[in-house]
Design a protein around this ligand. Structure first.
Ligand code: ZN
Ligand code: ZN
Length: 318
């Protein structure tokens, strides 16, 4: 029985490699494979998680069968927005089940208005955080004008009756929801903070036996709250989207030890003005033997998983 599963896993890995090579050609693409990360049985469908190359920003595209989910929407400048939309077309996005905006900063909500104006979006999720910017006001207006169902993630201190959330579904840390065969648990925000990075919606996605942790720009203060609220097992993940573009303000040692990832993705711009990712974080990741991939060096990072195996592919052409 064990042998059968092993053969099946190896066959799938070969298939993955073949598929990726065939789909993307050789060129600048680079594929690495990894062995089974869990004892889970492989599932019939592949989940693709793409950390899109959107410069000094976050933009993540999840594809499952012919369904799509977006976590963050890149930068707000017109060039960046056009690039983000081009990437969605490249990956054949035709409608969107979920648009999740982790927090209101311009490098996360960037093309949200374009997405809402271009695609049919079923659900929008955002944190119940107040933030004043032209871009965020426009984004909220576009959400209100759309047909999307709105899902608000509150902090522990949010009022029972939410003023901005009429008709919205309300969530808090610990709540769960599903998208197709992917199961999500909301881990943050927990308590309110003046630093809007700590309003970031943090999600752990589970597909079969494989887990992803999406952190937005959560900083150490919120990471510590997660460590208090959840067990290490509840925080553990195979793939970590490193918080806040690899800034030293995030990914503290205890949090990283709890998550204990095998892969880490850093989304940041080439030669960005913040010096992201910071050396201390790269050292911390390499010390525990995590495979790190960076959008500034390798382009879009794609994780393909069947719920048991993970294959990583990077593509400088987007
Ligand atoms: Zn950011
Ligand atoms: Zn931010």
């Amino acid at each position: 029985m064990k042998k059968t599963i092993l053969y099946r896993s190896l066959a799938l890995l070969l298939l993955f490699t073949f598929l990726l090579g065939g789909l993307l050609g050789c060129g600048k693409d680079h594929t690495t494979t990894a062995s089974t990360t869990t004892k889970a049985v492989p599932l019939d469908e592949f989940l693709y998680v793409r950390i899109l190359d959107v410069g000094q920003a976050d933009g993540i595209l999840l594809s499952y069968k012919d369904q799509f989910m977006l976590i963050d929407a890149g930068n707000y400048s017109s060039g960046d927005r056009a690039q983000y939309m081009a990437l969605l077309r490249r990956y054949n996005v035709d409608k969107i089940d979920w648009l999740i905006l982790t927090h209101p900063h311009g490098d996360h909500i960037g093309a949200a208005v374009d997405v809402l104006n271009t695609y049919q979006v079923k659900n929008v999720m955002l944190p119940d955080a107040s933030y004043s910017s032209y871009a965020y006001r426009n984004t909220l207006q576009a959400i209100l004008n759309s047909d999307a169902d709105v899902h608000l993630v509150e902090t522990d201190a949010s009022q029972e009756v939410n003023t901005g959330g009429e008709g919205a579904s309300l969530y808090r840390a610990g709540d769960e929801f599903s998208w197709e065969a992917v199961h999500f648990r909301i881990l943050a925000p927990i308590s309110p903070d003046d630093n809007v990075n700590n309003a970031s919606i943090v999600l752990r996605a589970t597909y079969g036996g494989v887990r992803f942790l999406f952190t937005g720009d959560m900083e150490s203060m919120m990471e510590r709250q997660l460590l208090t609220r959840f067990s290490k097992e509840e925080l553990r993940a195979d793939v970590l989207k490193v918080g806040h573009h690899g800034s030293y303000t995030s990914t503290n040692q205890s949090f990283l030890s709890a998550v204990s990832p095998r892969y880490a993705a850093i989304s940041c711009g080439k030669d960005n003005e913040y010096g992201h990712p910071h050396g201390v974080i790269l050292n911390r990741l390499s010390y525990i033997g995590v495979q790190v991939n960076r959008t500034d060096l390798e382009g879009t990072i794609t994780y393909v998983t069947d719920g048991a195996n993970i294959v990583v592919n990077t593509n400088k052409n987007g």
